[in-house]
Each structure stands twice: as C-alpha cells, then as structure tokens.
Design a protein around this ligand. Structure first.
Ligand SMILES: C[S@@+](CC[C@H](N)C(=O)[O-])C[C@H]1O[C@@H](n2cnc3c(N)ncnc32)[C@H](O)[C@@H]1O
Length: 365
C-alpha cells in the first residue's frame, strides 16, 4: 500500500487528491476486516433468507436497486469489494449511485458510470462554482458551528477549502441541507436536550455522510445504519477510514454499544424490531423513493414500533411516480395516521420535500 502524505496545496483553495489523509496501518487492517465481513453478508444473503424463511420481496434489492435496474451500484460495489487500497482510496469518487452527483466529474451523474478510471492528474478548478458556494453559505448562515458538516479529507474527497477548513463541493451542500433541515425543524435541539446520548436509526445511508456528521454532533450516540449490504461496504469503509468511527456489522441483533456505529444488513431489519429496539430519531432520505412499496410499508411499520410515543421520523424523498417508482409519503400516511408535518423552510431544496412523522403529536417545536 502506498501511503501519500498531506501536502500543501499549491492551487489556491482547491483540495486535490494528494491532500487526502491516508489511514494508519491499524485503521486499514480494521477496515479490511470489516469489509470482509460485509462481503460475506452479501454472499450469504440468499442462504440466510432461505434458512430463516424471510420474505424475499422485502429482503432482496428491489425497484431502483434491483440487479437489473439502471443503477450501476453493482459495478461500483465490485470495484470496492476487491478491498484493494487503490480502489478504496477513491471511494468518494464512486458514490454517484447515492447522490446522483459525480464528484469525479464535478457534475450531475447523468450519462456517467461509477467506474470511470480516475486520472492521475485529476483537474480541479482553482475556484469553487459560485452557485454551489452561495448555496452552502445560505445553508450555514446563522448555524452553530457544531452543526456545520466537515467532510473528512480522505478517500477521494475533493473540492474547495472554505470557511473553517470545510471541504466544499456539491455533495457537501447535499448533506449540509439534511443537517440544516434537522436543525431548523428543532430535532437537533431536542436531541441535545434529552440529557443522554440520542439513539438514531438511519435506513439507506449511502456512503454514510449524514452518520459522519451526526456522530460528530453527538459523540457517543447510538447510531444504527440499516442498508443493503452492498452499500454497507461503502458506509463501513468510509466511516471507519475517513470519519474514523468504530463500526460493527451485526449478524445478530445484540445490546447496542455506545459510540459504535452498528451496520445492519437490510434483511435483518425484522431482528431489530423483534429485539424491541427503541429510537429517538429515524431517518430516511432519498431512499424510500427508490424502494418497492412492500419495502417502504415494512420499514414504516417497524420504524413506527421502534419510535414509540416519543420518537420522530425524518423523511425526505421525491415523488418518484413519474419515473415508475413510488411516493413514500403516500404509503407512510397509512402507517403514521396521527402526526405528519411538512418541514417548511425558505431554503431551496436539492432533494424531495421533507416530512416529520410520529405516533403522537410531536413535542418538537
Ligand atoms: C439514493 S441512495 C441515498 C443514500 C443516502 N440517504 C443519501 O442521501 O446519500 C439510496 C439508499 O437506499 C438504500 N436502499 C435501497 N434499497 C434498500 C432497502 N431495501 N433497504 C435499505 N436500504 C435500501 C441504498 O443502498 C442507498 O444507500
């Protein structure tokens, strides 16, 4: 493994690949161990579903994540599953499957493949695009500094270093938008006032950027990610190597360990429910809009049970009916008949309209 050292960037504010922090040998060994476990969770999936008589309609990737969908996540996964440092070090450049934005090409991913080769002399404009920078400023205006997302300078993160050393690119804005909406809806203040580390469940976490942001806002919190195991390989490696968080893949649901991010393959979601887990906040962003109705319903019911009367579900998804997929809010209306609130805000949104759902009238102002 060739380890590159931090160098001063000679090109104004642009952050290039050569600035990325390389892991220590022990971090790398730990990440590879976790990676091997996650790959086994992909390979054992069919056998586990059969042995445990689980519902394939819920457990297998479906809709936009079906193996024959026009989504090249399996190609991106195949690169990463080599667990070769030369692939893993570019993980962030393979994440267009999650955000619809190619960091490698600094534009929307339409027409691009996740697996394009990374040029040795990857060019980055010396200045950030004005529109992106203006949006980031709008999102962070008046925000407490602890709620500003700082993407780790690792695993292919590139962009432009701005205020307080934040690496800014379009995706920084995407995840900052989530954090800003969670802040403006009062959820982050409410979690802070609980007087104990909050318990957060995220379904479909992509490469784990929001988990990274929330773990630094609430160190020691109990964070569970439930996702397709292919995607857990992205979040597991990112959170271990870039965010330097401790992660554990669950093959059986056990008592949560504070400060350790739990990675749960989606086909074990029922186990979380059966263990009567309890969460303060559940999150689903840009993900239920890409699942089948069966999956959304099942997650909705499970989340409702695990939130009890006090927890809240933050959900932000597009109405994807025009492209032959679903509209999660319609399904969730039946699951949460008591309380639904559209998170109103004056910021223009990159993603769908956010909602808060809960079993009782929310105590969050
Ligand atoms: C478009 S990405 C969005 C990721 C992340 N929330 C974000 O905003 O970057 C959709 C996410 O949903 C996940 N997903 C798809 N089908 C799923 C399922 N059946 N169960 C859990 N997660 C699923 C994908 O693996 C991926 O992480």
């Amino acid at each position: 493994m060739r380890i590159e050292h931090t160098q001063l960037n000679a090109r104004g504010s642009a952050v290039t690949l050569c600035e990325n922090r390389a892991p220590t040998m022990s971090e790398w060994i730990e990440a590879r161990r976790l990676g091997c476990e996650i790959i086994a969770a992909v390979e054992d999936r069919a056998a586990i579903i059969a042995q445990r008589n689980l519902d394939p309609a819920f457990c297998l990737p479906a809709a936009n994540w079906a193996p024959d969908a026009p989504n090249d996540y399996l190609d991106a996964y195949r690169l990463l599953r080599t667990l070769d440092w030369n692939e893993v070090r570019h993980l962030r450049l393979r994440c267009q499957i999650f955000s619809g934005f190619s960091l490698l090409h600094m534009r929307t991913s339409r027409g691009l493949q996740s697996t394009f080769a990374v040029p040795k002399d990857l060019h980055i404009d010396p200045e950030p695009p004005t529109e992106t920078l203006d949006y980031w400023r709008l999102l962070t205006q008046g925000l407490p500094t602890r709620r500003v997302f700082h993407p780790p300078c690792a695993l292919g993160e590139i962009g432009w270093r701005i205020d307080d050393g934040v690496i800014m690119n379009y995706e920084t804005c995407v995840y900052q938008e989530r954090l800003t909406l969670l802040h403006r809806s009062g959820i982050l203040d409410w979690l802070e006032q609980l007087g104990r580390p909050p318990r957060i469940l995220e379904i479909g976490a992509g490469h784990g950027a929001l988990a990274c942001a929330l773990m630094s806002t609430f160190p020691g919190c109990q964070y569970t990610i439930c996702d397709l195991p292919e995607s857990l390989l992205f979040s597991g490696l990112y959170l271990t190597l870039a965010a330097r968080q401790r992660c554990a893949l669950l093959s059986r649901v056990a008592v949560p360990i504070q400060g350790v991010i739990e990675l749960v393959p989606n086909y074990l979601f029922e186990d979380l429910c059966a263990a009567h887990r309890s969460y303060d906040l559940a999150i689903n962003v840009l993900s239920m809009s890409e699942m089948s109705e069966v999956q959304v319903k099942c997650y909705g019911r499970g989340i409702a049970a695990m939130l009890g009367s006090a927890g809240v579900f933050f959900e932000q998804n597009h109405d994807n009916r025009p492209v032959g997929l679903g509209f999660a809010a319609n399904v969730l209306t039946d699951v949460f008949p008591t309380f639904r609130e559209i998170v109103a805000d004056d910021i223009p949104l990159t993603q769908g309209r956010p909602h808060l759902w809960s079993n009782a009238k929310s105590q969050i102002s």
